[in-house]
Design a binder for this molecule. Structure first.
Ligand SMILES: Nc1ncnc2c1ncn2[C@@H]1O[C@H](COP(=O)(O)OP(=O)(O)OP(=O)(O)O)[C@@H](O)[C@H]1O
Length: 807
């Protein structure tokens, strides 16, 4: 333990001291120009150096005269070439100086080809390249210095002098040994080569050769099976055989190092009685878990982890170019006069209220600038808070928001809108390293915060989102930004959307990706739900999906979807038992007020139920509304949606309803928003993505190979329709009787029990349970508890079924 601690300490100490790279930032155009310049210069070096090898001797005599126009040289690059060759090869490092030309060329390519976001990566690469490259060049130069006598150009003057210096003090043998030692240090540090790695490499090579021989002798049967499993890529088809895998092949002698010899498992052990009065006890260790794990690791070894994306393995994510760059590479322009004027007005205004300022600083965001004020000692913050409206009036600008104090700091913030707000393009936030490198389940890039940093959050952690804003303030754009973020980060196998759009226009574009990303009810034509009555069915169907997922997760002994999917990928769950990879489901409701007004409780109840329970099983809700009044956003809804966004609303009371505090009424519109995840409010400029951009993205995805149908949600039949609980004996499943017997014997009405005993898929087991309920053999659904069994024993069941068939 103590040892472990010291290693962590060491590593943190190490990470504290990163390689310092000069912090300059080039825009894309500058990168391209500099990249091309470096490439051209490297070619000049290459030609100069190569030519110098042949012409250097002739040009030697005129080297002092270089610079005059009349000087004639033999070098291909004329005077410049002769000079470069003389400096770098003759006076410098000899032949190894060619590496300077090569490194310059590679640096040029890095700059030329790296996009905006790869720039910081390129910088790191370039500095790494030069650091190690120059060391290597110096080493070669000094080593070639040993052969100076045969050719002075080999190691150049630097190589010769350093070599000579070494030899003066260490002699020839000493110098050679030092150079060998330096080479070893280089290999160990740079290539991490150790004797173990080298020997492992050679033994692996030997192993590969042996495998090749063994491979010829292995049976065809095994490879056929492997092929079939990999090719049978449909999720439904992907079954894992229950039979143990037979490893046929040659007999092999295996030597296991002593400490690795695994003791024979003790299968049956007995505790002997202590004395004559005591009784002994048999202990039977349960081994099931381990066996499953072993088989799973064997399967993973043979076929690799399960890949949910296999069915659409050629799916291409939309390229970033489909998004428009509204800023055209421009960063926020700072108008110094505006800054100064605002500062003066703030200082003046506060002075009128007898509030002295010790310090003031400004942070410029895309839409607003935050002036941070440290009041003079002795001034109470509440005083400033109380004067909020007066200060706003004196500053006479719309959208002033006072944050007193700024959470976590002892300062006061005054947000003042910029005269020329800049648009935050969706493109810039999607391309940001923060989004690209986000290790999140459902990353969403909302836009940029006041410090102009990209704001990315994980929808899976929220876990549901409530969104409000008066009409025309940017809600639809916000929803599109959310959906776009997910389309740019998640494969169709990983996330499905259920889209509810009573306004009938906002989300229609997503119809094109129905068979990739949308989920719908089995009997519905359109995947996007525009009809309020259908919404109720869909919400109830999602509740069924939620219950089914809970059952499946319980059966797999997983606490949440992430764990479950990881276990499924590791092939620890058998598809024959109803297990399958489960995508996240994101429900988006564009106008919630409309729904609540027409359907009331019928909508509120399933929404509240989903919001309360669905987080663990990967169903997340995003609900948007124009009217954040208390009869729309009820207490029950609010309690279950900790993450909220508000665009501009017209009244303070609306802001209070949605955010539990004022502020949203002071926003300036056009995507200016406040986000809260339960504690502080964060002001964000929402990223802008226009309809034509969404259209391009959906066209791009829609044009690719798709699943045969949208993802189907479980069937839900409303109370007045023909119910799935019809007690029609003829329609019963062939295994109905057998299932009834199992349930009655176990006195436990659970679908997973039927799945295990009868080896059924989840859906079929679920249907049988419904039929048993309709027949009156088991009771109704009771949440996470198993259903009650209403028949006490097999004899009663027999009588019950006979009576039923005689009716
Ligand atoms: N993030 C943003 N950046 C810049 N402009 C924006 C942004 N969001 C919205 N706008 C501007 O505001 C207009 C209205 O936005 P949007 O359609 O999203 O409003 P809305 O709140 O959905 O309105 P409604 O409820 O009536 O549909 C857009 O057409 C656009 O011009």
């Amino acid at each position: 333990m103590a040892r472990k601690k010291s290693t962590t300490k060491k590593s943190t100490a190490k990470t504290k001291k990163p390689l310092q790279i000069p912090s300059f930032k080039l825009n894309r155009l500058q990168q391209v120009i500099l990249g091309s310049a470096l490439m051209v210069f490297s070619l000049l070096l290459l030609f100069s150096f190569t030519s110098f090898l042949f012409t250097g001797a002739q040009d030697q005599s005129i080297i002092e005269e270089l610079g005059g126009r009349s000087v004639v040289t033999q070098n291909w690059i004329s005077q410049l070439g002769a000079w470069l060759g003389h400096v770098f090869i003759y006076k410098g490092f000899g032949i190894p100086a060619f590496s300077i030309a090569i490194m310059t060329f590679i640096s040029g390519i890095y700059l030329f080809a790296s996009g905006d976001d790869a720039f910081s990566l390129s910088r790191k690469r370039i500095s790494n390249l030069w650091f190690w490259g120059l060391l290597l060049m110096l080493w070669f130069s000094v080593t070639l210095g040993f052969f100076h006598k045969s050719n002075a150009l080999l190691g150049g003057k630097v190589g010769y002098e350093l070599n000579d210096f070494l030899q003066d003090y260490l002699g020839l043998i000493g110098a050679v040994l030092v150079m060998v030692f330096i080479a070893i240090v280089y290999l160990v540090l740079r290539l991490k080569l150790t004797p173990e790695i080298i020997s492992a490499y050679f033994s692996k090579k030997a192993g590969e050769v042996k495998e090749e021989f063994d491979g010829i002798a292995s049976t065809d049967e095994e490879s056929e099976w492997e092929k079939a499993t990999v090719e049978g890529s449909s999720l439904e088809d992907e079954t894992v055989t229950e039979e143990p895998i037979n490893l046929s092949g040659n007999d092999m002698e295996v030597t296991v190092p002593e400490e690795e010899i695994i003791p024979e498992p003790v299968l049956k052990k007995t505790v002997a009685p202590k004395d004559e009065d005591d009784i002994g006890m048999d202990i039977e260790p349960t081994q099931e878990e381990e066996e499953v794990d072993n088989k799973a690791s064997k399967l993973v070894e043979d076929f690799g982890e399960f890949d949910p994306t296999l069915e659409l393995s050629n799916f291409q994510f939309p390229p970033i170019d489909l998004l428009k760059d509204y800023t055209k590479g421009k960063t926020i322009t700072i108008n110094e006069e505006e800054l100064q004027a605002n500062k003066d007005r703030i200082v003046e205004t506060l002075k009128n209220y007898k509030i002295g300022i010790a310090k003031i600083s400004a942070t410029i965001g895309p839409t607003v600038t935050l002036y941070e004020i440290v009041p003079e000692a002795g001034i109470r913050i509440s005083k400033i808070k109380n004067l909020e409206d007066d200060i706003a009036l004196s500053l006479a600008a719309l959208g002033i928001r006072i944050i007193a104090p700024i959470p976590g700091k002892g300062t006061i913030g005054i947000e003042v809108p910029n005269q020329n707000p800049s648009i935050v393009s969706m493109r810039s936030v999607i391309a940001s390293p923060k989004f690209q490198n986000a290790e999140m389940e459902l990353p969403i890039a909302f836009g940029k915060n006041i410090s102009n940093e990209t704001f990315v959050v994980d929808l899976a952690k929220m876990p549901h989102l409530l969104m409000a804003g008066a009409t025309g303030q940017g809600k639809s754009v916000g929803l599109n930004a959310i959906l776009t973020s997910l389309l740019y980060s998640k494969h169709p196998a990983e996330v499905k959307f259920v889209l509810v759009d009573p306004k009938k226009v906002e989300l229609t574009l997503f119809n094109k990706i129905e068979r990739h990303y949308l989920a719908k009810l089995p009997d519905s034509e359109e995947a996007i739900i525009t009809d309020n009555s259908k919404v109720i069915n869909t919400l109830n169907s999602l509740c069924i999906e939620m219950d089914q997922r809970y059952d499946i997760l319980k059966d797999a002994m997983c606490r949440n979807l992430k764990e479950y999917n990881a276990k499924f990928k590791a092939r620890k769950l058998n598809p024959a038992n109803g297990h399958k990879f489960l995508p996240y489901i994101v429900l988006v409701v564009d106008e919630f007020a409309d729904l609540i007004m027409t359907a009331g409780k019928e909508v509120e109840t399933p929404i509240a139920r989903l919001a309360q329970l669905a987080r663990a099983i990967g169903i997340h809700l995003i609900i948007a509304t124009q009217r954040p009044s208390v009869n729309v956003i009820t207490g029950m809804i609010k309690a279950n949606f900790p993450a909220r966004i508000s665009f501009r609303v017209m009244q303070k009371v609306d802001s209070r309803t949605i955010l539990d505090s004022g502020g949203a009424d002071q926003l300036i519109g056009r995507g200016d928003m406040l986000y809260t995840a339960g504690n502080e409010l964060i002001r964000i400029q929402c990223a802008f993505v226009d309809t034509p951009e969404v259209e391009k993205i959906t066209d791009f995805i829609g044009g690719q190979k798709a699943y045969p149908d949208a993802h189907l949600l479980p069937e839900y039949v409303g109370e007045d329709g023909g119910t799935s609980l019809d007690n029609n004996i003829d329609d019963r499943d062939a295994k109905f009787k057998e299932a009834a017997e199992i349930i009655v014997v176990a006195q436990q009405g659970s679908a997973s029990l039927l799945q295990r005993k009868l080896k059924l898929g989840y859906n079929r087991a679920g249907r049988i349970i419904d039929q048993l309920e309709a027949a009156g053999i088991v009771g109704g659904f009771e949440g996470s508890k198993a259903r009650q069994v209403l028949i006490p024993d097999l004899a009663s069941l027999e009588v019950f079924l006979n009576e039923e068939s005689n009716k």
